[in-house]
Design a protein around this ligand. Structure first.
Ligand code: PMV
Length: 317
């Protein structure tokens, strides 16, 4: 028997970086997924094949996690080993991961993979609740990224449009906006932890300016929340451009990213970095009237695709 589950990636619409300092961020899951397929096998090994990094491991299921050489495989080994132990299984597990989400560019691929893998592997024994899947997926991700906030795993598990801040955690945004975005990949691979560190340095050296930018950002996010309620695309687009400008001021944009935003601005409602910046992707807000033109313009200099908000989150098939 095969157990199959899939989970979506995510984008941050507003508030990245400032969320680290207590401000609210708005994020949503996207209609690009990672599918995990698992099955029990006779050999007592954990075999993982992943299109995420074109990699494969085949290790005794009793091995220590530290023995997993490829870092990005650790969470999946952890998930499979935990399921074997907790279910006193006498078999091994084969897990295959297939991704539609580009890697390492802030689209939440590793969290989506952990969510899909947790649901799929545990589904060989019994179906976990979404809450339990999320908890295990976060623990799995922490085997390689200790300070992981759990934001990406949560939005991937439950889907939809949510706000998040450190105090209140996640809150569902009830307006079911049918927004479309073009995601353009700068092809500059970023490291979120490095960019977050860089922003902390900026804050320490420019305290007054940073406080001013925090207020600006708070205002942008508040306005974005009301524009979402009204589904006002013009307003949302111009708020995205304002947000991009703030991100530029804290030094997380790059020349390539700014060029992409300039290009997107010509035809879309607005555009900005999504996620940590320092490379990665930009998002442009579009609808049927301007999607094709924006896509054609951005395609000249980047890989891009249209995406919509995914409201289903984790799915079993
Ligand atoms: O690179 P991403 O998309 O995972 O975005 C990180 C978002 C930050 O606000 C920069 C960091 C964080 O932990 O919230």
């Amino acid at each position: 028997m095969k157990s199959i589950a899939s989970a979506p990636g995510k984008i941050i619409l507003f508030g990245e970086h400032f969320v680290v300092y207590g401000m609210k961020a708005v994020l949503c899951s996207i209609d690009k997924r990672i599918t995990a397929t698992s099955q029990l096998i006779d050999e007592r090994v954990i075999r993982i094949r992943s299109s995420l990094g074109e990699s494969e491991i085949n290790m005794d299921s009793s091995n220590n996690l530290e023995k997993v050489q490829q870092k990005f495989m650790k969470p999946f080994f952890y998930i499979a080993q935990k399921a074997i132990k907790e279910n006193s299984a006498k078999n091994g597990i084969e897990l295959v991961l297939e991704s539609e989400i580009p890697q390492g560019v802030g689209l939440g691929s590793s969290s989506a993979a952990c969510v899909a893998a947790t649901a799929s592997v545990n589904g060989l024994f019994y179906k976990l609740s979404k809450n339990d899947v999320m908890k295990i997926a976060v623990q799995a991700e922490r085997t390689i990224f200790e300070q992981n906030s759990g934001a990406d795993s949560s939005v991937s598990t439950f889907g939809g449009l949510v706000s998040y801040d450190l105090k209140k955690g996640f809150e569902d945004i009830p307006s079911r906006n049918d927004l479309s975005f073009i995601i353009s990949n700068s092809a500059q691979v970023h490291n979120t932890q490095d960019v977050v560190r860089q922003v902390r340095n900026f804050k320490e050296k420019n305290d007054d300016l940073f406080n001013k930018l925090c207020k600006l950002e708070m205002n942008i996010v508040d306005n974005a929340m009301s524009s979402l309620k009204e589904n006002d695309l013009n307003k949302l687009g111009s708020l995205m451009l304002e947000n991009h400008d703030v991100l530029k001021q804290i030094g997380v944009s790059t020349e390539k990213i700014d060029l992409l935003v300039q290009e997107a601005k010509k035809t879309s409602y607005g555009a900005k970095i999504t996620g940590a910046g320092g490379g990665g992707c930009i998002i442009s807000l579009v609808d049927d009237s301007n999607s094709e033109n924006t896509l054609n313009n951005l395609r000249k200099t980047s890989d891009c695709f249209v995406t919509k908000i995914d409201y289903s989150g984790l799915r079993y098939s």
